[in-house]
Write a protein that binds this ligand. Structure first.
Ligand code: SAH
Length: 347
């Protein structure tokens, strides 16, 4: 895995006082400087050496592939990293002048969900905390060039990769963002397939920030979930329930609840029977929010549920008192929607 900026600072200047690290991190999120030489808070010899040996950005600005959706509501960028790996990141409008950045956490993904384009790639490697953070820096720079009043207000870790399979770097990246921007922890959502040991680790980790968590459930029926998501093991739903109960006890309040993401696939997980199973699981955990996601076409051969079916499914949940939201799908025309990120097609 490539070295981080902080790692390089410590290696090159082992005798410098500890506050240099905070200065460096602050400078990286500052909109002013365009390179190490412009970071006036650092002494000139440090700037010179960093300038020679440490990239200011972890992607190559010149080889960025950039796309804009027809309605101008979403943008996608493919960034080339130092080792030639390519990752995708997305920017979506949420309110007037406010944007949500969707960040990747790995190059490819090992989870192999049947409906997801990224899963087909397999995992190449995890991203460093800098590579995660720099996707946000990319969009902040982009907005700054467009209009000074627009800003990234929300972040979702829903790009390529499984965030909890890259636990430490994701945690470092989140803490860097929280410590150096005005984006608050309830405006950041980490989405996971539900790696139970890592979910449990979060509950006991004082350094894990109080960001929102969303579990990609997609089915509360074990057999169906196994078909859709091969990471599902026999006791998965039991363990998830237990975790959900612990999470509630520890963090449960109006702002922190377990969210389930639920992708509706025609005839597969969208029947009243499946809705009833989702209700039962949610009630066993307690306060749960369900976010229904429309299927975005990939070449995996699934079909999304019809509008009527989606509404019927939502109605069953609402009648049971479950807080249901429906996700708008943005950026489909530029293959930037959930599950469509698979890198630019070459050749
Ligand atoms: N690995 C993480 C985050 C990446 S995917 C996770 O699994 O949660 C972000 C969300 O998009 C997940 O809920 C994922 O299941 C969903 N998704 C994947 N493929 C999709 C598709 N083709 N259409 C709609 N959503 C999809």
């Amino acid at each position: 895995m490539p070295e981080t900026r902080t790692g390089a600072l410590k290696r090159l200047f082992p005798d410098e006082p500890g506050f240099r690290q905070a200065q460096l991190e602050k400078a990286v999120f500052d909109d002013g400087p365009n390179g190490w030489n412009e970071v006036t808070t650092l002494p000139q010899p440090i700037r010179d050496r960093l300038g020679k040996e440490v990239p200011w950005l972890s992607y190559d600005e010149d080889s960025t592939v950039f796309m804009e959706s027809g309605d101008g509501d979403s943008f996608k960028a493919a960034l080339e990293l130092g080792d030639g790996s390519c990752i995708e990141t997305v920017l979506m409008a949420n309110r007037r002048g406010q944007w949500t950045a969707c960040l990747s956490t790995q190059v490819g993904c090992a989870m192999r969900c049947a409906f997801c384009a990224t899963g087909k790639l397999g995992l190449k490697r995890s991203l460093t905390s800098d590579e995660i953070v720099d996707q946000l820096r990319f969009w902040r720079r982009f907005l700054l060039k467009r209009d000074r009043n627009e800003r990234v207000s929300n972040i979702v870790l829903m790009g390529m990769g499984e965030p909890l399979a890259n636990y430490d770097n994701v945690k470092t990246a989140l803490n860097l963002i929280l410590g150096n921007t005005d984006i608050g922890s309830t405006r950041i959502t980490v989405s996971t397939v539900g790696i139970i040991p890592q979910l449990n680790r979060i509950l006991d980790d004082p350094e894990w920030p109080p960001v929102r968590l969303a579990v990609s459930l997609h089915s509360a029926d074990l057999k169906t979930r196994k078909e859709l998501m091969p990471t599902t093991y026999d006791r998965f739903l039991d363990d998830l329930t237990e975790w959900g109960q612990r999470y509630r006890q520890k963090f449960g309040n109006r702002r922190h609840h377990v969210t389930f993401e639920y992708l509706l696939l025609k005839g597969l997980n969208d029947t009243p029977d499946h809705a009833a199973k989702l209700v039962a699981l949610s009630q066993e955990i307690g306060q749960v929010k369900v976010n229904l996601i429309p299927y975005n076409a990939t070449d995996s051969g699934f079909t999304g549920s019809d509008e009527n079916r989606i509404e019927e499914f939502a109605a069953v949940l609402r009648q049971a008192g479950i807080d249901v939201t429906r996700r708008r799908s943005l950026g489909r025309d530029i293959a930037a929607a959930c599950g469509q990120l698979a890198g630019p097609r070459k050749g």
